[in-house]
Design a protein around this ligand. Structure first.
Ligand SMILES: [Zn+2]
Length: 316
């Protein structure tokens, strides 16, 4: 299939020093994809900055200004020491959001069948008015709002398999049924950010369109497979999405330093294959996958390679 890979040297310029979310993550992915020949099989695309209109569908103008002013004024972090700043952080965060919107737009127009966005900083913890958990702008939420509000999609499914709950994305669409947010993550009693209980199901018009599937520490591939096949995929099939976004974090890997879930590539690949099949069955393959976490460089690079092979493979 015609799969796009959005990546950009500018993503390396958000300089976080020895913080776990650093430029080495994307360096490792890029050199692995060059080394194993995967790059030659993809449409490699660079990013543009997201427009203010696109970002402000999700974030307050005050928040956007705060990120800009804090980065440019030389502040070391924003709000919490988790959110390290460098002079380029605002520009890079605009590019990350921009790349995800571009990927969604190109897939919507049929210029790409599907796409993976290897961007940083990640996005799913960023709230409307607050940077949190290494995240400044919520890339996936911005793309979902672009698809619904600008392009008229009516059933956008976000599946977030990062080991941490995507609090920001959930809150952006709590009360909406045109965006279904589903997250599988380490149980909030045992893991950052402390949200994502199964009881959180949305509100008002959006009640029933948030699905949280917390797993206990040390959950395995078998646990994820049972949950994905038995509960999540049937809910997705019932929703019949017209566009699919993945918050693709690879920090549930058993070798990842930031959490306690024991997933391997087998589990990640199973979910990717299931989502790819769902996209072909429900929405002509329209799927954009966006990098969130993943902090063991070697495992992250292997998992991303395999994820891309699955997205790119022709349907059987
Ligand atoms: Zn994470």
């Amino acid at each position: 299939m015609n799969t796009g890979l959005y990546t950009d040297p500018i993503f390396l310029q958000h300089d976080t020093g020895d913080h776990p979310e650093n430029a080495g993550r994307l360096d490792a992915i890029s050199s692995t994809l060059r080394g194993n020949g995967m790059l030659g099989r993809l449409q490699v695309k660079q990013s543009q900055v997201a427009s203010a209109e696109d970002i402000e569908r999700i974030h307050t103008r005050d928040h956007v200004r705060r990120v800009e002013e804090a980065a440019l004024s030389g502040m070391r972090y924003l709000g919490t020491p988790d959110c390290v700043l460098s002079h380029e952080t605002y520009l890079v965060a605009q590019h990350a959001a921009g790349a995800v919107v571009q990927a969604a737009s190109e897939v919507a127009q049929g210029r790409l069948d599907n796409a993976f966005v290897a961007c940083r900083p990640p996005g799913h913890h960023a709230e409307a008015n607050r940077a949190l958990g290494f995240c400044y702008f919520n890339n996936v939420a911005i793309a979902a709002a672009f698809l619904t509000d600008a392009l008229g999609y009516q059933r956008v499914l976000i599946f977030d398999f990062d080991v941490h709950h995507g609090n920001g994305t959930q809150h952006a669409f709590d009360a909406r049924r045109d965006v279904f947010y589903c997250s599988v993550h380490q149980h909030p009693r045992t893991c950052y950010p402390g949200t994502g209980y199964a009881e959180e199901r949305g509100a008002g018009d959006g009640l029933g369109f948030t699905l949280n599937a917390p797993v206990l520490p040390y959950a395995t591939d078998a646990d994820y497979l049972a949950l994905f096949d038995g509960t999540l995929l049937p809910a997705f099939m019932e929703y019949k999405p017209d566009f699919i976004l993945l918050s693709a974090g690879f920090d549930a890997h058993r070798d990842d330093p930031l959490a306690l879930v024991n997933l391997t590539q087998v589990g990640f690949d199973h979910m990717a294959r299931g989502m790819k099949r769902l996209s072909l069955d429900c929405c002509q393959g329209r799927l954009v996958s966006v990098l969130e976490g993943g902090y063991n460089y070697a495992r992250l690079s292997e998992c991303v390679t395999s994820h891309l092979e699955i997205l790119q493979a022709d349907p059987a």
